[in-house]
Design a binder for this molecule. Structure first.
Ligand code: AMP
Ligand code: GLY
Length: 426
């Protein structure tokens, strides 16, 4: 098969790496890709949001399957674009329909879906410019901290957690009246604060049946001890030690099953990944958010633990035959540590020469923000590399990731040294 993968991050390098292990994948294009995908596949200078260009490329290169990495093309309806065009409607697109992608594209849509399907989540109300005063009033009925969420996509920055009531009311006005996050905050969801440890649960579904992939825990803050600004994620471990069989049984019966059944009840076409952001509140799983794609850097620990043929699984998703497929998981733990550009997630410099990747032979070095320049590999983003390793336990895997990072150099590189340190080893 000839496959086109859309995206350019560490997630896409990990998906590409995994798909290329399949005998069914004879050729892989990545659009636009990075220096890592360039080494193992063929990068194409295509904008994943330019659907006409994607169609043209697909026809020209006889693409048999399109796999969508990031949420943007999905929220903009790439699945429906293919479905509604007779020339390309036969090509499976791995990812949900535009309506399905609203689970990530609109916080309010997601909350309504959760409540309608009796899935445990934080109590909430949503407000617009016209109801801003009611929103300020609603905040007085909640205890601190206050959680304000811009309804639309805001590049991971649309959630504010504030300790002070007056400040929360002011921020609500900034979001609704002064459009702090543009259109994304024309509606704001205010919800009850949930106290617990977060984890990510990944599900692959064909809309009828589902497979639960390994769990992972992501480290979102830039600073050690989970301090400082939010990032896309600075490291991840899989499996999550506290997500034991008892906890996962609750996740499956209370959250995963009702999610897939809810999609069916609403006739929502969904053939792709569901990333369920969970929080463990005293042993009870609750949903913080849905995403309609894999997580990054979670993919860099989840994909190495999937033993089954990913292309076969995607084919089964396309044909809605996932129920007959098997999912085999590697028993080993996997960890990843992100190496970032100094300054990220604020301003940082690009174009630094990266050396030593070839010496990190005990790990899999997935590229995130990198590009080629002749024979050199240069930094070209905030998150630059995801250094993933296996181990019998996650502390052993982490030791390998850190030993590998010690062999890699670029100017002003930064990484957190405390990934996984908060977790008990089982
Ligand atoms: P979201 O984009 O909805 O995942 O929110 C971003 C981050 O804000 C989450 O990963 C959590 O760390 C935090 N968060 C969101 N909602 C809540 C909540 N109701 N209670 C506590 N923390 C939350
Ligand atoms: N690592 C979190 C995300 O991909 O949204």
């Amino acid at each position: 098969m000839t496959i086109l993968l859309l995206g350019s991050g560490g997630r896409e390098h990990a998906l590409a790496w995994k798909m290329l292990q399949s005998e069914k994948c004879s050729q892989l294009f990545v659009a636009p890709g990075n220096a890592g995908t360039n080494e193992i596949a063929t990068n194409v200078a295509l904008n994943p949001l330019d659907f006409e260009a994607v169609k043209h490329f697909t026809l020209e290169n006889k693409i048999d399957m399109v796999v969508v990495g990031p949420e943007d093309p999905l929220v903009h309806g790439i699945y429906d674009f293919f479905q509604n065009d007779a020339q390309i409607s036969h090509i499976p697109v791995i990812g949900p329909s535009k309506v399905g992608a609203q689970l990530e594209g609109s916080k309010e849509f997601a909350k309504q879906f959760l409540v309608k399907n009796n899935i445990p989540t934080a109590r909430y109300e949503s407000f617009t410019k016209d109801t801003v005063e009611q929103g300020c009033e609603f905040l007085t009925t909640l205890d601190a901290p206050y959680v304000l969420k811009a309804d639309g996509l805001a590049a991971g920055k649309g959630v504010l957690i504030l300790n002070d009531l007056v400040e929360a009311q002011q921020e609500l006005r900034n979001m609704l009246v002064d459009a702090k996050f543009g259109d994304a905050s024309s509606k704001v969801v205010i919800e009850e604060f949930l106290d617990g440890i977060e984890l990510s649960c990944f599900v692959l579904t064909d809309g009828k049946s589902y497979k639960i992939l390994p769990t992972a825990k992501d480290y979102k803050r830039i600073g050690e001890g989970d301090t400082g600004l939010n990032t896309g994620g600075m490291g991840a471990v899989s499996p999550v030690p506290f997500a034991d069989a008892v906890f996962m049984e609750k996740v499956e019966t209370r959250i995963v099953k009702p999610t897939i059944e809810g999609l069916q009840k609403d006739n929502i076409d969904y053939k792709g990944f569901v990333f369920i952001g969970l929080i463990n509140v005293k042993g009870e799983p609750m949903v913080i958010e849905y995403n309609v794609r894999m997580g990054d850097p979670e993919t860099e620990v989840v994909m190495p633990r999937v033993k089954s043929d990913l292309v076969e699984l995607f084919q089964a998703v396309g044909k809605q035959e996932l129920a007959q497929a098997t999912l085999e998981i590697d028993e080993r733990a996997c960890t990843t540590v992100i190496v970032a550009s100094g300054g990220y997630p604020e301003d940082y410099e690009k174009g630094k020469v990266i050396t030593g990747i070839e010496n990190a032979t005990d790990s899999i070095v997935f590229h995130a923000g990198t590009k080629n320049d002749g024979d050199s590999v240069l930094t070209s983003g905030g998150r630059v590399l995801a250094v993933s390793s296996y181990g019998a336990t996650f502390p052993e895997a982490l030791e390998k990731s850190y030993a590998s990072i010690a062999k890699i150099q670029f100017a002003k590189m930064y990484f957190r040294k405390d990934i996984g340190k908060d977790l008990k080893t089982l």
